[in-house]
Design a protein around this ligand. Structure first.
Ligand SMILES: [Zn+2]
Ligand SMILES: [Zn+2]
Length: 352
């Protein structure tokens, strides 16, 4: 790991005034460890003393400025901490309670989608670490409607990656049409996929893991996969059809060609659910879609109630992310390691 960011140790910090440390991106690719003044949470928000924050591939949306960003910006949307102050109007949450914050920063409650119960697609929702500061910090402010409750028997470090990587795979599987005993394939055994395989197994599916090369075979079996398909030596679609065809394929790898190559592995009425974001277009023939009523869809993380369920289900079933921790001041190095594909499999920042 490269050296830590320099601690500015501002005069306020030295004098013991109310400040907290945060790692922010000041312009695309440029990091800074800074000291920020503590503020009271505004209406409908809480202030959280952060205990752990996962490093997610989607943090690149902030770091590389893929979204329009108001700089500087603190990334991080896999945040776990304790509430230390409640803003006006916050109900149902208490000071001292341990909570999580994911990518979706909290729904508005009044838009057409909220009124219809679809909180994920709220039209007035901010993204954590993109539209407002996230969890690469000792303290963060979050909208109460986006909070997830954290079970006591899950450590903050273990809970953090479940708030994006966990919720995304859990929610997609939970909303998928597969029933117990159906064949579910997980494409890609990385940050998302290694959780997807575990959830699929514990939800009672027959699980096929697909990845390139033989080195992930043993791990995939250990995570709960019944079958391992090496996409470097076998056509995943043919291999899945030999098993009867998948009801669901969870696509955790990015790359349109990968998605297209596995698509014919779906049984009639099956669905490929795309979770990995990438710029490459996905090519699927209309014949393959129409003649066996196959579906191709995307899923964006999940709502807060499903976040509660993700954490609780994980604690009950023993599903956990494989993690490496790093102190907050090593955030830039931890991010670089994750982006280089060298993390096994999720990096989590800790606040000491
Ligand atoms: Zn809304
Ligand atoms: Zn994420």
């Amino acid at each position: 790991m490269t050296q830590a960011l320099k601690d500015p140790m501002s005069p306020e910090r030295l004098q013991g005034k109310a400040t907290y440390r945060a790692v922010q991106v000041v312009s695309p690719g440029k990091w800074e460890l800074t000291s920020k003044p503590m503020v009271d949470p505004p209406l409908g928000h809480v202030r959280i003393r952060v205990e752990a924050c996962g490093v997610c591939h989607s943090d690149s949306a902030t770091v590389d400025g893929l979204f329009p960003i108001e700089w500087p910006r603190v990334p991080g949307h896999e945040v776990v901490g304790r509430i230390e102050a409640l803003g006006d109007g916050v109900q149902g949450w208490a000071v001292g309670q341990r909570v999580g914050v994911g990518f979706l920063g909290g729904s508005c409650g009044y838009c057409e989608f909220c009124r219809n119960g679809d909180l994920v697609n709220c039209r007035n929702q901010e993204y954590t670490g993109i539209h407002r500061d996230g969890g690469y910090a000792e303290v963060m402010t979050a909208k109460a409607t986006g909070l997830v409750s954290v079970p006591d028997d899950l450590s903050s470090v273990d809970a953090a990656p479940l708030l994006c990587a966990g919720l995304t795979t859990f929610s997609a599987l939970r909303n998928a049409p597969a029933k117990a005993g159906d064949l579910v394939a997980v494409l890609g055994i990385g940050g998302l996929g290694h959780l997807g395989v575990q959830y699929a197994r514990h939800m009672g599916f027959e699980v096929a893991a697909i990845a390139r090369g033989s080195e992930r075979a043993e791990l995939a079996k250990k995570l709960g996969a019944h079958h391992y398909i090496d996409s470097a030596t076998a056509d995943p679609a043919v291999a899945l059809q030999a098993l009867g065809g998948a009801k669901v394929i969870l696509i955790t790898a990015s790359g349109g060609k990968t998605v297209a190559a596995s698509f014919k592995g779906l049984r009639p009425g099956g669905v490929s659910i795309v979770l990995g974001v990438g710029p490459e277009p996905i090519e699927a023939s209309s014949m393959d879609l129409i003649f066996q009523s196959r579906k191709l869809e995307g899923a964006l993380t999940g709502d807060p109630a499903t976040g509660d369920r993700t954490l609780r289900f994980s604690a009950l079933s023993g599903v956990s992310a494989m993690i490496e921790t790093a102190p907050l001041e090593q955030a830039a190095a931890a991010y670089a390691k994750m982006m280089a594909g060298q993390a096994r499999f999720r990096m989590v920042l800790t606040m000491d």
